[in-house]
Design a protein around this ligand. Structure first.
Ligand code: GDP
Length: 360
């Protein structure tokens, strides 16, 4: 893949010396290059002017996994970067069936009604198996999807969590550049994806159900600890009593966790996404949080911490991959392991040896 610099110089050369006798194929190639770089500029302009089709096309490039698009993606992202970061990023998780789509649609409708531009993205590494288990079916947010100020992106991913996380982070930047000021990032609360979403959002909201079984099935200590708020959904009809009881229990449980470094005490709210009840209270709580977090600079600090996290994480992932793909390491590793097993070498000495081998 030629760098954009190379592309440019190739174009300049052809322009400045028309006598160059290009073979048909290279002339065609240059023509294609010219067309492509124009397309990328147009695409970026489209994103910045809020064009949904262009935004979708760029996200598709990000998701394509194709090395062919690496340079184009870099160009688009670097042009969009100065226009990003102005949004509120809200992570929403919960087990399948808890009502995430219904809740996000109601919250989204409330927000667009109040003049916000809302983008909904999903992180779902499991979709490689289930082929898009969340947001796969756009009709789940029928009303929201039709609103001019809402953008819903079903997940099209299916690979490692790291890969999905990177694509989501890049998609977030593009949505922000397209003027979306509130981002709702949905994830299924059954895997590790919550940790990734937690590390890319300003507020982490956990949807729960009251009643039998859920306490056993859903409460992973880590997820509760990450939550800035728990919303007990389906607090309607016969469920109301159980939901109120669960609220008391969750409030009690939350007090047993160490307090958050920003002084925020996680809240428990009741809602019925189906009946559109309690959604406004959730938004009031979010507004209250953002006001406080911006005032005490925690908002900025958290974003800076997250940037550092993704920087180090990406470097570590890349170094690790490089190390284990090294041919010398691949051949030495089993032998060294055997030596450790035979008590001929300690694991620490062995690690030092392999690391030095990888460098040489
Ligand atoms: P998701 O899998 O978490 O996205 O859940 P969905 O939003 O698709 O909802 C799953 C089912 O629960 C659907 O049949 C919804 O209509 C229903 N549902 C969602 N929210 C509520 C609610 O607040 N109350 C009741 N009674 N049902 C709800």
């Amino acid at each position: 893949m030629p760098s954009s610099k190379n592309k440019k110089s190739a174009l300049q050369e052809t322009k400045s010396d028309p006598s160059i006798n290009l073979s048909k194929t290279s002339a065609e190639k240059i023509k294609a290059l010219r067309r492509k770089s124009k397309d990328i500029t147009k695409l970026t302009e489209g994103i910045l002017s809020g064009n949904k089709t262009d935004l979708s096309q760029a996200i598709t490039l990000i998701e394509s996994q194709s090395k062919r698009h690496t340079e184009d993606i870099k160009t688009i992202i670097s042009s969009c970067l100065p226009h990003s970061s102005k949004s509120l990023r809200i992570g929403i998780t919960g087990v399948p069936g808890v009502g995430k789509s219904t809740f996000i649609e109601q919250l989204g409708l409330l927000l667009v009604d109040r003049g916000h531009k809302v983008a909904v993205l999903a992180v779902d590494p499991s979709s490689s198996v289930t082929r898009g288990s969340i947001l796969g079916d756009k009709t789940r947010m029928e009303k929201l999807v039709q609103h001019p100020n809402a953008y819903i992106r079903p997940t099209a991913s299916g690979e490692s969590l790291g890969g999905v996380a990177r694509k989501t982070r890049e998609s977030i930047l593009l949505c922000e550049a397209a003027g979306y000021d509130i981002l709702l990032i949905e994830t299924v609360g059954v895997g590790q994806s919550e940790t990734a979403v937690h590390s890319m959002t300003d507020f982490f909201l956990l949807l729960k159900l009251a009643g039998a079984g859920d306490e056993l099935q859903g409460i992973k200590r880590g997820i509760i600890e990450m939550a800035d708020a728990i919303v007990i959904n389906k607090a309607d009809g016969e469920n109301v009593k159980a939901a109120k009881k669960a609220k008391v229990e969750f409030n009690r449980a939350l007090h047993m966790y160490p307090s958050k470094s920003n002084g925020w005490v996680p809240k428990v709210k009741l809602a019925s996404a189906l009946k559109n009840e309690g959604i406004e209270e959730v938004w009031d709580m979010l507004t209250d949080y953002f006001e406080k977090a911006k005032k005490n600079n925690y908002f900025e600090k958290k974003r800076a911490d997250q940037n550092k996290f993704w920087l180090t994480q990406t470097i570590e992932d890349s170094l690790k991959k490089e190390f284990y793909q090294n041919e010398v390491i691949k051949s030495e590793f089993p032998k060294i392991l055997q030596k450790i097993h035979n008590n001929n070498l300690s694991p620490f000495e062995a690690a030092e040896y392999l690391l030095s081998k990888a460098k040489s």
